[in-house]
Design a binder for this molecule. Structure first.
Ligand code: LLP
Length: 423
């Protein structure tokens, strides 16, 4: 459930008509709903049920906007970060350092130092050499890092290949068969305190079975590690729960289904569980609002050319992702169209042969479920400035990132000394 609903024939974000935002902020624009964020956090927490003190670290990569992070921080969420930049954003948005987990396959020594100095709660190590580097950095600072190894359980998550991370051939984590040896080696390193095990098998998971299989392997590993004398107090189960994109498809497992599975598999583990949800918290809390530039008749069907493009919302081109398309002021008619952006690539196509509300030049259209991996994956391709972001709370709304003006893009480049600046 989200808070983007029709009221008096106009699509609203909570109590704000999208027409008003388009008029004041222009298009394309990302719009987030505070009430939906709050609802998703509550539903995720409730789904975990009576798990003792779960540590919910929002996957910042899904939506790093400071207003979104601050909203989630106020609801008590921590952060899962994968770069020094995300770490700084999380801290700047008010996420307490001890609630931050640092994931990522290529942390640099500089990023490790940043995390150590901030006092983050856990580093998820992805390899044995990474453990050695972190040990060296921690010793040089006279500090101790709390660590888990991210273990690759060799499970097929059954999702799109580009967002699948838990198969042996993927770059992520330490292969589960080598995990004990990795812990044995890390235990001998100074500056590290081993506190747990971490796993994440992929994103937009619509079947609980692969996660369940992965968690069972982690449970067996925890027993094995404890038998070898390691103290395991935490288990990080990653993120990945899918969200409904297409209302015509069966619903993915709910947070309650997920929580029940987790409680069953982890019963008796005697650890504090960490979760890294991203999409399930922000996906349906955001939309991309765009305006129809013109409708062009193709050979077989109309092309609806909108002012958003693949640089603003990359998911359809990169993953063949399906986003629902809604007219902001539907007139009751529908047609089948192909919706494209102005960028000079065939891949700049949001939807092909899509039955949708009939729209015409000047109409506003919303791409739904764009709150996760939307604005954050944007680029300036075709010299299009980054899209602004707006957050709504009841009848209030605010621009929380301004549209990037083309002047800023041009000013970011400079000329070499052998070319003179034109007057
Ligand atoms: N934890 C780790 C270690 C991750 O790599 C990810 C996502 C998450 C948590 C959060 O997963 P979520 O709950 O959001 O599924 N750009 C792609 C998704 C990439 C996901 C990368 N890792 C997309 O637009 O579908």
């Amino acid at each position: 459930m989200d808070h983007f609903q029709l009221k008096d024939g106009v699509l609203h974000a909570e109590d704000v008509p999208l027409t008003a935002i388009a008029e004041a902020a222009g298009t394309p624009t990302y719009i987030y709903s505070t009430a939906t964020l709050e609802r998703h956090v509550r539903v995720f927490r409730e789904g975990l049920g009576d798990l003792p003190d779960p540590w919910i670290a929002f996957a910042v990569k899904a939506n790093p906007n400071k207003a979104v992070l601050a909203t989630l921080a106020r609801l008590g969420l921590g952060a899962d970060v994968v770069s020094g930049g995300e770490l700084r954003r999380a801290l700047a948005a008010g996420v307490p350092a001890e609630k931050i987990v640092f994931s990522g396959v290529g942390k640099t020594a500089g990023e490790m130092a940043l995390g150590l100095k901030a006092g983050i709660g856990q580093f998820n190590l992805e390899s044995e050499p990474e453990a050695e580097t972190l040990s060296a950095v921690a010793q040089s600072l006279g500090m101790t890092a709390r660590v888990s190894f991210r273990v690759n359980p060799d499970v097929d998550a059954g999702t799109h290949a580009k967002i699948s991370t838990g198969k042996a051939e993927n770059k992520f984590g330490v292969p589960i068969d080598r995990a004990l040896a990795a812990y044995e080696a890390a235990a001998k390193l100074l500056g590290l305190t081993i506190q747990g095990v971490a796993v994440h098998i992929g994103s937009q998971l619509t079947d609980l079975a692969p996660s369940c299989a992965a968690f069972q392997r982690i449970g067996a590993l925890i027993a094995e590690l404890r038998a070898a004398g390691h103290s395991i107090t935490h288990a990080d189960l990653g993120g990945g729960l899918g969200v409904p994109y297409d209302p015509a498809l069966p619903l993915p497992p709910s947070p309650a289904d997920y929580g029940a599975m987790v409680r069953e598999v982890t019963a008796g583990w005697d650890v504090r569980l960490i979760f890294e949800p991203g999409r399930v918290i922000v996906g349906n809390a955001g939309i991309l609002l765009t305006r129809v530039i013109r409708v062009k008749q193709g050979v077989t069907q109309p092309f609806v050319i909108v002012d958003a493009a693949m640089n603003d919302l990359l998911r359809p081109s990169l993953y063949e992702a399906w986003h629902n398309v809604r007219a902001v002021q539907p007139n009751g008619e529908s047609f089948t169209a192909t919706i494209v952006g102005p960028v000079c690539e065939t891949g700049d196509t949001f939807a092909r042969d899509r039955p949708m509300d009939r729209v015409q030049e000047g109409d506003l259209v919303a791409f739904m479920t764009a709150g996760a991996y939307g604005a954050t994956m944007a680029s300036t391709y075709n010299s299009r400035g980054l899209t602004p972001e707006v957050i709504v709370s009841q009848d209030k709304w605010a621009i929380v990132r301004e549209r990037q003006p083309i002047e800023a893009l041009i000013a970011a480049d400079s000329l070499p000394p052998w070319i003179e600046e034109q007057a």
